[in-house]
Design a protein around this ligand. Structure first.
Ligand code: NAD
Length: 502
């Protein structure tokens, strides 16, 4: 099966003969080939988006939002199909795939009400006989480049807002799980979106570079690893584009001695191992403020040993809490970190390499791994592993915990577990991280707030969705107007001084 591009409302094969294998991580079997665009293919898809842009921008807000509502209804009624596609190419269990769709759907619902956020201001008689009003207009063609770990939700952080605001979209999905994007394209067509408003460009660096360089693409919304986010930010901004580039993470969960340890242990397991740790908001470092560490590690280990690792497909999933990793290469890379952690002297409490998975022998299995006595100089602490590896760092005080979190290069998400409101309030104020949970381990903001990290977790200054998303996908104009009426006739005449309001 070949997974093609989508251009002007139909599948588009492109002229490139380059393809990449797409695999089912639970079986290790190749399930299809995804097209890898050439520069010419990219230009073709961008041209389709450009051709549709004036018509869509001129379509009334009422009609645009009607299409959004239709898309929301279709997505809600058919999300099970999309979840199956996600599990088959990403590996996350079916219920988790449904969870990612639900969070993406929230953004669609937010965008259904975009009219309120596209209203401008109006100031009658800002100066004598002069009125001032503001409007926001779409950018034109916007590019979205997404990672493998949320093939539906991450594109949906952006495209509902972009489309509702009157832009046309070229989505470049991850080549590891490209099918969700085509399913979404077909759904848009069924919802009545005009051809060319939503397009999909499959591919790798060639496709990305084409978007970063095309003079017809006005903005780039990127999500992926930090080195690529930085590259995308620099290259696209140099080409005059508006850019938001969300990067990697190393999210710390601080547990204070007064915390509810059962709640904290459940949260650490869920947020550390859900989706096999392949979430940008996963907890990968647990900062235990002494004297809680011994008891907390014991409770986490007990819970972790009960997890079932296996095929996450619908029908089999009731057996499985956690699926495989996305590719064999990624599985092996994560496993190499387990070796590195051991060699560096961390205490390996649970070794995921010994997992007995309920699935095919060739699946990309790696079980939950728990390290204790991790120190900040170790690679398992400094690097984003992006797998089911949880590192416990022991510290003596709250101040030491905050200093550790703030010295990290990333600032995506963090959580504090405590029953002390004053300590939580202090943490919220002092920590240099974009998204904070208080007794909530994965604090992904609701759609009407904005999602984004600090430091090397985000390049650019605008976060995703919420009012920041609307701002990103629109440009402001301010109009100053004077209408002549008989009662208020300007005197005219020459006056070369700078105009002043009166
Ligand atoms: P990745 O950086 O490898 O790929 C992301 C996108 O960039 C893909 O579409 C890919 O095709 C493209 N790409 C890869 N290499 C490229 C290159 N050399 N030049 C141009 N384009 C290139 O990321 P991934 O492995 O797909 O996803 C996991 C990463 O994404 C993790 O680091 C994770 O933290 C991050 N992530 C961050 C957030 C966030 O909100 N901050 C959300 C999800 C994922």
């Amino acid at each position: 099966m070949t997974i093609s591009h989508w251009s002007a409302g139909a599948p588009y094969a492109g002229s490139s003969t380059q393809t990449a294998d797409v695999t089912n991580p639970a079986t290790g079997q190749v399930s299809g080939q995804v097209a890898l665009a050439s520069r010419e293919d990219a230009d073709h898809v961008i041209a389709a988006a450009k051709a549709a842009a004036p018509g869509w921008a001129a379509t009334s807000l009422a009609r645009r939002t009607q299409v959004m509502f239709a898309f929301r209804e279709l997505l809600n009624s058919r999300k099970g199909e999309l979840a199956e596609l996600i599990t088959a190419e990403h590996g996350k269990v079916h219920s988790d795939a449904l969870g990612e769709i639900a969070r993406g759907q929230e953004v669609v619902e937010f965008a259904c009400g975009i009219s309120h956020l596209l209203k401008g201001g109006h100031s009658p008689s800002a100066s004598t006989g002069v009125d001032v009003h503001s409007t926001r207009q779409p950018l034109g063609v916007v590019g979205i480049i997404s990672p493998f770990n949320f093939p539906a939700m991450v594109p949906m952080w952006f495209f509902p807002v972009a489309i509702a605001a009157g832009n046309t979209v070229v989505l470049k999905p991850s080549e590891k799980d490209p099918s969700a994007s085509l399913w979404l394209a077909e759904l848009w067509k069924e919802a009545g979106l005009p051809d060319g408003v939503f397009n999909v460009l499959q591919g790798d660096k060639v496709a990305v570079d084409a978007l970063l360089e095309s003079p017809d693409v006005a903005s780039i919304s990127f999500v992926g690893s930090t080195p690529i986010a930085e590259y995308v930010y620099e290259r696209a901004s140099r080409n005059g584009k508006r850019v938001q580039a969300l990067g990697g993470a190393k999210n710390h969960m601080v547990v204070l001695p007064d915390a509810d340890l059962d709640l904290a242990a459940d949260a650490a397991v869920n947020a550390g191992y859900g989706s096999a740790g392949e979430r940008c908001m996963a907890i990968s470092v647990l900062v235990a403020v002494e004297p809680v560490a011994d008891e907390l590690v014991a409770r986490i280990a007990d819970r972790t040993r009960t997890l079932v690792i296996g095929d996450g497909a619908k029908g089999v999933q009731q057996e499985s809490d956690m699926g495989p990793l996305v590719t064999r290469a990624h599985r092996d890379k994560v496993a190499s970190y387990v070796e590195a952690g051991q060699a560096a002297g961390a205490k390996l409490v649970i070794d995921g390499r010994e997992v007995q998975a309920a699935g095919a022998a060739d699946g990309f299995w790696l079980g939950p791994t728990l390290f204790d006595h991790v120190t900040p100089d170790m690679d398992i602490y400094t690097d984003e592993i992006f797998g089911p590896v949880l590192s416990v760092v022991r510290v003596a005080s709250y101040d030491e915990a905050v200093a550790l979190v703030n010295s990290n290069q990333y600032g995506n998400g963090t959580a504090i577990f405590t029953n002390d409101g004053g300590a939580a309030r202090r943490y919220e104020n002092e920590v240099e991280v974009g998204m904070i949970g208080v007794n909530v381990p994965i604090p992904v903001p609701v759609a009407y707030y904005s999602f984004g990290g600090w430091k090397r977790s985000l390049f650019g200054d605008t976060h995703a969705h919420g009012s920041e998303g609307v701002h990103f996908f629109t440009r402001g104009k301010v109009v100053t107007t004077r209408w002549i009426d008989p009662a208020n006739r300007p005197t005219g005449g020459l006056e070369l001084g700078f105009p002043q309001n009166d």
